[in-house]
Design a protein around this ligand. Structure first.
Ligand code: GLP
Length: 267
């Protein structure tokens, strides 16, 4: 696990975008269209902004890339402004200039949700798997909507949201009552199959979750801790989110001393 500590959220976005762009360029060089894994929430917004700037400057071409979202609320009709399909359209598809027909979001409005989950798994497989998965983290350590006690090998499925997650996300809805209680989410096993994972977090409210993800035991009580088992996971955080890391000094030193070829260079 690589840990990069940045001075603020903008720098977190710049490093994460540079990493995503590097993976996307490598896919193009190998003659493939990149497959991105995209997340909602406020954490990755700076990453999308920086990635859009790289694309505008011709540093990465995402026009042929496809993308898979991590999750979706159950029961929000098409076009609902807080459905993740809409959030992804506004924050990812439009700014990055992705082709809408290549962007996939689980169908949380399907009549048969189990089938929708199985279809989503199949679509990821048929696309050749995700090259780089962008992740945020919930204050309780969830990634996607894999709440504590999620199986570490779970696949895309229906989950019930915790009260804490619904409260955290109530700011996007009028009230807590309007936040759906269920979702479809890629499983931890699904996420772990992405070839690279980039988790971004900023601000003091994420400090405890980041400590648990990076330095805690690998446990279903902190679903993000499963990333400790991933061979190419990069955790990019600002100073405030890094505040509880016991080995913060080591991560800073380690990054300062990395050979150039291993660095995530800002482009
Ligand atoms: C939601 C999403 C997660 C996201 C989390 C954190 O629960 N399903 O993918 O990581 O929120 O959101 P934020 O980045 O706004 O703190």
């Amino acid at each position: 696990m690589d840990v990069i500590i940045c001075r603020d959220d903008t720098e977190v976005g710049a490093y994460a975008a540079a990493k995503v762009a590097k993976v996307a360029r490598a896919a193009s060089q190998a003659g493939r269209n990149a497959v991105l894994g995209v997340a909602t929430g406020s954490s990755p917004l700076a990453t999308y902004t920086a990635l859009a700037a790289l694309a505008a400057r011709g540093k990465v071409d995402l026009s042929q890339a496809s993308a898979f979202a991590l999750d979706e609320y159950v029961g929000l009709p098409a076009g609902h402004p807080q459905s993740y399909r809409e959030v992804i359209r506004r924050t990812v598809v439009e700014p990055l200039g992705l082709r809408a027909d290549r962007v996939h979001v689980p169908d949380g409005f399907a009549g048969d949700l189990e089938r929708a989950a199985a279809d989503y798994e199949r679509a990821i497989r048929e696309a050749g798997g995700v090259d780089v998965q962008i992740l945020g983290v919930g204050s309780n350590g969830h990634i996607g909507f894999n709440e504590p006690t999620s199986s570490l090998s779970s696949r895309t499925r229906i989950k019930t949201l915790t009260e804490q997650t619904r409260r955290d996300n109530a700011r996007f809805f009028g009230s807590l009552e309007q936040v759906p209680k269920h979702c479809l989410t890629q499983g931890l096993g699904t996420i772990m199959e992405a070839r690279h994972c980039v988790l971004v977090a900023s601000g003091a409210p994420k400090a405890a979750a980041i400590r648990a993800v990076v330095e805690g035991p690998i446990t279903a009580m902190c679903p993000g801790s499963v990333l400790q088992l991933h061979q190419r996971a990069t955790i990019i955080v600002d100073d405030a989110a890094a505040a509880e890391l016991e080995l913060a000094g080591y991560y800073r030193q380690l990054y300062a001393d990395l050979p150039d070829w291993q660095r995530v260079e800002l482009v």
